[in-house]
Design a protein around this ligand. Sequence first.
Ligand SMILES: NC(=O)c1ccc[n+]([C@@H]2O[C@H](COP(=O)([O-])OP(=O)(O)OC[C@H]3O[C@@H](n4cnc5c(N)ncnc54)[C@H](OP(=O)(O)O)[C@@H]3O)[C@@H](O)[C@H]2O)c1
Length: 225
Amino acid sequence: MSSNSKPSIGIVGGTGDLGRGLALRLAKAGHTVLVGSRKSEQAVEAAEALTAELAQRGVAHPPIEGLDNESAAQRGEVVFVTVPFGAHTPTLESIKGAVQGKVLVDVTVPLVPPRVARVQLPPEGSAGMIAQTLLGEDVHVVSALQNVAAAHLQADMDIPCDVLVTGNEKTARQTVIDLIESMGMRGFHAGLIHNAAAAEALTSVLININKQYKTHAGLRLTGID
Ligand SMILES: NC(=O)c1ccc[n+]([C@@H]2O[C@H](COP(=O)([O-])OP(=O)(O)OC[C@H]3O[C@@H](n4cnc5c(N)ncnc54)[C@H](OP(=O)(O)O)[C@@H]3O)[C@@H](O)[C@H]2O)c1
């Protein structure tokens, strides 16, 4: 970790909706952000747009850089993976070497288009389980943020949402909870990576609610301060 206790953040697939939202909030919270893409020029464009957006909001922040996915994974002290489920396994395989010994945050929802409003978890149990098995025990996989809308992360607004955080290592979960809190949400220890299935399944439930009520619904726990 950096000596200032603000780890640099790699975002693999960071040019997408969720990755951009995370980049804005983590840069605002004082982290250097490495936006990754399959095409480094696309990442540079995204990084420039995000930097311009924060300038427009009057937010001072460490650099946001754009580079290829593997370099973002290599340089990030904590690495987020924000790609569609169809790209999850090949993307993890491509960064496996770069993330050994690190905390890897998996936000993937295993949606199977076109029926994204139906819970369809994979035979392995969850995307989180797939990631932990594929990457091996030296990578501290933490699953989180499946129930937060990218539109909310990108907007300059408070997010009154709670985040279920699962993973096999408590210290890794805490690292991610600290990042979530620095982005203006509450994060909670929700058990081992096996429990990632619950948060991943909830997203399809929220998609139903969003369609019905024309909103971006989130999760809020009660009985806990
Ligand atoms: N959107 C939300 O509100 C939301 C909320 C919670 C969780 N999530 C989860 O977050 C993840 C990202 O969601 P998103 O909405 O940001 O997705 P997205 O915008 O569709 O895609 C994110 C990025 O993934 C890369 N990508 C796309 N197809 C790929 C492929 N075949 N191989 C490798 N990379 C590919 C692209 O980057 P390059 O073209 O630059 O490589 C793209 O910009 C998903 O797993 C989703 O379930 C999303």
